[in-house]
Design a protein around this ligand. Structure first.
Ligand code: ADP
Ligand code: ADP
Ligand code: ZN
Length: 216
């Protein structure tokens, strides 16, 4: 099964994609994670995207399309993948359809996680992540069971994203409305789109997604 998880910054795409990947044996492909790894490793791509990422702008379509096209060819994607944070423009969605067709693959569903802007700033400014295993947490909504210790791997080191400041979040939300929202129309024209209410708690959103997928 190949899926897209789609929604504004802070909607819970990463949180849900990670759980879904684990439960269904799929691979989570986050363009944000791939790009952050490229920036950290100071690769050629990393140098090209650093500024756009810091300021909350999108990086060029060509770069992310290239990353995804190469990644879905890897053997671990054969059983299915979850695209988290890609596509983010209509051009990316068109390129995705074309490249999957060329590889004899298809998208089974696009899950839209819908959340109003007012909730998103708090979601993002409270976000932190385990530095070792990447598990996502939130200061209020998803604290580790034991303070300061990752539930999944026991690590005591956590990171926060530099672009998770209130100021950058506001520009990311503007970018989302102008460049990514048009994708809703793109996918609504197909039978693949399922919308869930992302303002509910994490477990409830998960149930909604499972129901949507079971009903396909
Ligand atoms: P995205 O990948 O869409 O940017 P994340 O999955 O990283 O979003 O979630 C953003 C923050 O909100 C994280 O700190 C996460 O723990 C928290 N979060 C995710 N889903 C929910 C939810 N349904 N209710 C409350 N907080 C949530
Ligand atoms: P979020 O949690 O806000 O959804 P991501 O981790 O998905 O954030 O993305 C972080 C940043 O990486 C974006 O603000 C953008 O600069 C860049 N990025 C990630 N995915 C894409 C994409 N598909 N197209 C263009 N830029 C992207
Ligand atoms: Zn961990």
């Amino acid at each position: 099964m190949n899926l897209v998880v789609f929604g504004p910054p802070g909607a819970g795409k990463g949180t849900q994609a990670r759980m879904l990947a684990e439960a269904r044996g799929l691979v989570q492909l986050s363009t944000g994670d791939m790009l952050r790894a490229a920036v950290a490793a100071e690769t050629e791509i990393g140098k090209q995207v650093k500024e756009a990422m810091e300021t909350g702008q999108l990086v060029s379509d060509d770069i992310v399309i290239g990353l995804i096209s190469d990644r879905v060819d890897e053997p671990d994607c054969a059983n299915g993948f979850i695209l988290d944070g890609f596509p983010r423009t209509v051009a990316q969605a068109e390129a995705l359809d074309a490249l999957l067709k060329g590889k004899d693959k298809a998208l089974d569903a696009v899950i839209e996680i819908k959340v109003d802007d007012e909730l998103l700033v708090g979601r993002i400014t409270g976000r932190f992540t385990c530095a070792k295993c990447g598990e996502g947490y939130h200061e209020i909504f998803r604290r580790p069971e034991q303070d300061g210790v990752c539930d999944k791997c026991g690590s005591t080191e956590f990171t926060r994203r530099e672009d998770d400041s209130e100021e950058t979040v506001r520009s990311r939300l503007k970018v989302y409305h102008s460049q990514t929202v048009p994708l809703i129309d793109y996918y609504s024209g197909t039978s693949r789109m399922r919308t869930v209410d992302g303002s509910q708690d994490i477990a409830d959103v998960r149930r909604q997604i499972e129901e949507a997928l079971n009903g396909l």
